[in-house]
Design a protein around this ligand. Structure first.
Ligand code: HEC
Length: 134
């Protein structure tokens, strides 16, 4: 009898811990973004300024003269990179997005800090809409 109660107790405890761990995970994966204007996202109005501020010091045309595939100031290069490194229909998705998201295993970009959640979301929405030069 005592053994049965103990088993029930351990089972309940395990269940509670399991549910708790699920809850924790979903809150960390979905940051609450307030004050983020995600309307009318175009490359020129929203995305380019983010790249200019946070990426051009290492990914401008001038800086990448010896490594043009990393030139993200030049739109054609940026687009080529996007298309080559987009793994459609896999959980991995866009390499570029994983870099700015600092996904485990991806090269963190920028290397020394994470751009804001709103900036990441802006770039994601632009990629989802086809990463156009609009
Ligand atoms: C302090 C310099 C620096 C900054 C700032 C920076 N990067 Fe990078 N980035 C690098 C270096 C160095 C590499 C590696 C280049 C190589 O492999 O030839 C790189 C590589 C990348 C790659 C290729 C990743 C891969 O897995 O091969 C992407 C995409 C990228 N950066 C995007 C960005 C974006 C977007 C930003 C701004 C949000 C940014 N980077 C800011 C230095 C920087």
């Amino acid at each position: 009898m005592l053994k049965q109660q103990l088993v029930k107790y351990i089972f309940s405890l395990a269940l509670v811990l399991f549910l708790f761990s699920c809850k924790k995970e979903s809150t960390t994966q979905k940051p609450i973004i307030t004050d983020c204007d995600s309307n009318q996202i175009t490359y020129n109005s929203k995305v380019k300024p983010i790249l200019k501020t946070n990426c051009y010091n290492c990914h401008s045309t001038a800086v990448t003269a010896n490594n043009p595939s990393m030139d993200f100031e030049n739109f054609a290069n940026l687009k080529t990179y996007m298309d080559l490194h987009f793994h459609l229909d896999t959980s991995y998705g866009s390499q570029f997005y994983n870099n700015i998201l600092h996904t485990l295993g991806a090269k963190a970009m920028p290397p020394d800090k994470k751009i804001s959640a709103c900036e990441i979301r802006t770039i994601k929405l632009w990629i989802d809409a086809g990463a156009l030069e609009n």
